[in-house]
Design a protein around this ligand. Sequence first.
Ligand SMILES: *Cc1c(COP(=O)(O)O)cnc(C)c1O
Length: 366
Amino acid sequence: MIKFLDLQKITAKYADEIHAATRRVVDSGWYLQGEENARFEANYARYIGTKHCVGCANGLDALIWIFRAYVELGVMKPGDEVVVPANTYIATILAITENGLVPVLVEPREDTLQLDDSKIEAALTPRTKAVCIVHLYGRCAYTEKIGELCRSRGLKLVEDNAQAHGCLFAGTTKTGALGDAAGHSFYPGKNLGAFGDGGAVTTNDPALAEAIRSLANYGSTRKYAFKYRGRNSRLDEIQAAILDVKLAHLDEDLAARRAVAKFYAENISNPAVCVPVPDDWRAHVFHLFPVLCSRRDDLQKFLADNGVQTLIHYPIPPHKQECYAQWNALSFPITERLAREELSLPISPVMTPQEIRAVVEAVNAF
Ligand SMILES: *Cc1c(COP(=O)(O)O)cnc(C)c1O
């Protein structure tokens, strides 16, 4: 069986360095808010290209803290609206509603699967305060048009960069440095994954970074003085140490992912399977390799029967979820079609040429 993602093999690649890093933390006796966090935050900020990086407990919290900080700083207030793609993972939407803000769902483009920038304008109201783009599957969702629209309307541009560490817009700027603030996830399966939960916010805004650092540490500004009603949402030292090891190898891992993606794109020739690939290969880090097929469930079963494990991202869109019953009757036909037709093929930096070929052969035999 070709696994969807072989985390054991990914870890084994850097096992010696990771063991040394974890041993260093274990032996140090210092497990929270120490040198490991400081070093990783500095290195990750430099990698993304922002002035600030604040580590936190997970990717959902990173997004929650961005909107919460904007509320605390008086930039947004409950009831304000945030434009967001309808075809995102639930976390993006949860971060908005968690803060009493209102997500305004907008359809993606059928070719890129990313937020359709021609549909944003019609979704704006006097209450709109932000656009939240999601670099879904690892593909850059930013466009000049989105940047221009946010600047001209005074809207905050928030990035959900949970799936796109290292992705480049126009060969120059990393996702996570394109807007006003970005949330990153270090969930184990992400391209830059910890050994448990982890997350971070990147931004060039010092006031936002300071508010988030405080919010994620009980709302504390100095010991036992609480400016905000925060939570405990810190990044462990041991996770920061592991992430710093993996960050140093991220670009080589991304190159390996792109090589798999290129092979898929050039060799999958089944007319029943649509393979959306970018014009600019630097603008995609292939956290996932989505294909579209009108007989998706049959394809998934066929691949499983032929030894290829796949996953669906995502089978139920946010507006069809039980937790958002108020939107269940809304219609987003492109998003709903993607939920019916999307299938993610195995992709990782540790797949062997034989495995990659076997996936292509199985897809073409369907
Ligand atoms: C993984 C993910 C998140 C949430 O990250 P966690 O670390 O799992 O909380 C948010 N948005 C997107 C698009 C994701 O894929």
